[in-house]
Design a protein around this ligand. Structure first.
Ligand code: HEC
Length: 125
């Protein structure tokens, strides 16, 4: 209904001052709320396991020996690395070392997740 801009009847005033966007139905709002929560539902509950990080980010090299990487489970190949001590291995995994890329090139891995992957490989030898 159209009212003259200067009409002061209660109907005319309420028409002019009604909230913008009051055309959403309950079903529309449900869709909006769902899309807002979808992301948090997809997020992992906590840090990924060493095995999950290894499989996703380390196995390409440490599963095959690509680029000269010591292969997971091969004690002989790991011996000279293990001799450096755990702290050094963790430091090199996080910061990179020769052909070993920092964090295994995993940009979204936390320190904790990279360390879990190191321990996962060390546990296998
Ligand atoms: C692009 C291949 C590549 C990927 C991916 C990769 N590495 Fe490596 N990594 C190497 C190579 C090559 C070396 C051997 C470096 C050397 O000793 O010169 C190495 C060595 C290491 C070492 C021993 C370091 C030392 O001081 O001797 C650790 C620990 C390690 N990697 C952990 C990881 C972890 C954890 C991941 C996954 C998050 C990973 N790497 C992913 C190639 C890779």
């Amino acid at each position: 209904m159209a009212y003259a801009a200067n009409e002061m009847s209660p109907e005319a005033i309420s028409e002019r001052t009604k909230p913008v966007g009051n055309v959403y139905t309950a079903a529309d709002l449900e869709g909006i709320i769902d899309s807002g929560t979808a992301k948090s539902n997809d997020e992992p509950a906590g840090p990924r396991s060493g095995e999950a990080v290894y499989t996703a980010s380390c196995s390409a090299c440490h599963g095959t020996g690509a680029a000269g990487a010591p292969i997971k489970g091969n004690a002989e190949q790991w011996a000279s690395h293990v001799a450096k001590g755990h702290d050094t291995l963790v430091k090199h995994a996080l910061e990179g070392f020769n052909a070993m890329p920092a964090r295994g090139a995993c940009v979204d891995c936390s320190d904790e997740e990279v360390i879990a992957a190191v321990d996962y490989m060390l546990d296998a030898i």
